[in-house]
Structure formats: structure tokens, C-alpha cells
Design a protein around this ligand. Structure first.
Ligand code: MN
Length: 236
């Protein structure tokens, strides 16, 4: 008999009225044994609840900036393009998946979105709002290249997955998590103090990473491990 694959909803971007998602997100899930489908940015509450009830896991993909109104701030001059429809859908979806204690993996923007949905806040632009000298977090190197190191918190979920305290990750962000929301904790930081991963202390699997492992699966064994751990958690 064919084994049932974990069903994983993948969030989408809205660009010029088109729903888009980079295929690497879908392939990374398929390669780890999951069945992925692309989620709408629906504003209908009952649609969100019904989709969440069908899903075994939620992948929050990367994308543009997040509306600062969600954490009570006015837009900073360096804020990029925002998509309020997407922000609202993802917030509702995260809340419902956490309530059901179903696994969530957030990538880049998805890490920030996860934090904002649980009451945290963020830097709208690290280069103008973060103290001290920063690394290059918008790398010019190819997307497959891990450009900066991160230090992983001992005994964290991320540590158990990677089985390493330091790994190299790619970096394509100018925003970042600032204060972490309640019940979550930092699971990795970069050398300049930017939070590079967060995870829930209460939920089975709710993890956000500030990098793009979906683009590193062919160049970096850690990225495959991350998707495998996520899909396995979705299957339990
Ligand atoms: Mn970074």
C-alpha cells in the first residue's frame, strides 16, 4: 500500500496580481517525501480554517517586506514593497496552525512573519535601525552559497536537526526579527547579533530561519536535513 504523504501548504507571493511561488520550495518538500500545494492569499476566515484542518504542515516562503502596522509602527523610509493581503492571510494561517499544534517552517520573510504573528516585532531596515557594524545580509554571492556563519543555540530544535553549533547560510534580507514574541526563543544568531532563527518553546515544531535553505539543497547538506525534519514532523 502506498504510504500517505504529509500534505503541506506553501504560501505564495502576489506580484502584479499573480500568485507566484519559487519551485525550489515545492521541490524541497517533494524531495523530503511531502506533498506540497500552493495556498491562496484568501481573506475569507472559513477558507483559512478549512485549509488548516486539511494540512499537516505550513511552509511560509520568502518574499517582500511586512506591513509595520502589524507591530504598531509607521513605515520607515527604507521599508520596501508590502502586500497587506498576504500578511493578513499568513497571520491567520499561522494562528490557526499554532492552535492546532501543526508544524510550521518559516523561511526568511516567513521567519519574520511567524514572529510578528505571535506578537513580536522587527527591524524594518537593519542597516538604518540596528546598532553596531553589520555583516552583509544582502549577499552578492550566488544564492547557493552560504555567505555568513550563524551560531546555533545548544539543545534547540535547530541544533537537534543540524547537529552542529555553527553553519554557513545564505543571506538575502534587509529586515530582521527584533523582539521575539511570547513563547518563542532565538535558536541562532549571526556574528553581528542579528537573530537568524526562532523557534517555539511550546509547540511540536514551529521554526523560522532567516536564510533560504530551499535554494541550498544541492550545495549544503544542512538544508536537506531541515526540510527532512520538517516533513517528518508533519508526518507524525
Ligand atoms: Mn543573514
Amino acid at each position: 500500500m502506498m504510504k500517505r504523504k504529509p500534505v503541506i501548504g506553501v504560501t505564495s507571493s502576489l506580484i502584479d496580481d499573480r500568485i507566484t511561488v519559487h519551485k525550489s520550495n515545492i521541490y524541497a518538500i517533494s524531495d523530503a517525501g511531502g506533498a506540497a500545494f500552493v495556498l491562496p492569499n484568501s481573506s475569507d476566515r472559513s477558507t483559512v480554517l478549512q485549509l488548516a484542518s486539511m494540512m499537516d504542515g505550513l511552509l511560509l516562503t520568502g518574499g517582500g517586506d511586512i506591513d509595520p502596522d502589524l507591530f504598531g509602527e509607521e513605515p520607515h523610509p527604507m521599508l520596501g514593497e508590502i502586500t497587506p493581503e498576504r500578511d493578513a492571510f499568513e497571520t491567520a494561517m499561522i494562528e490557526e496552525m499554532l492552535r492546532l499544534d501543526k508544524p510550521i517552517l518559516g523561511l526568511c520573510r516567513g521567519c519574520q512573519m511567524l514572529n510578528v504573528a505571535i506578537g513580536g516585532d522587527m527591524y524594518q531596515d537593519i542597516y538604518s535601525q540596528h546598532e553596531g557594524n553589520l555583516l552583509q545580509h544582502k549577499q552578492n554571492a550566488p544564492v547557493r552559497h552560504g555567505s555568513h556563519w550563524i551560531e546555533i543555540e545548544e539543545h534547540s530544535l535547530l541544533h537537534r536537526i543540524m547537529n552542529e553549533r555553527r553553519i554557513r547560510v545564505n543571506s538575502f534580507h534587509h529586515q530582521a526579527v527584533r523582539n521575539i514574541g511570547s513563547g518563542f526563543t532565538a535558536s541562532a544568531v549571526s556574528g553581528d547579533g542579528i537573530i537568524e532563527a526562532i523557534e517555539s518553546k511550546r509547540h511540536r515544531f514551529a521554526l523560522g530561519v532567516q536564510w533560504h535553505p530551499e535554494h541550498m539543497t544541492t550545495s549544503d547538506p544542512h538544508s536537506g536535513k531541515l526540510f527532512q525534519a520538517f516533513v517528518d514532523a508533519c508526518g507524525k
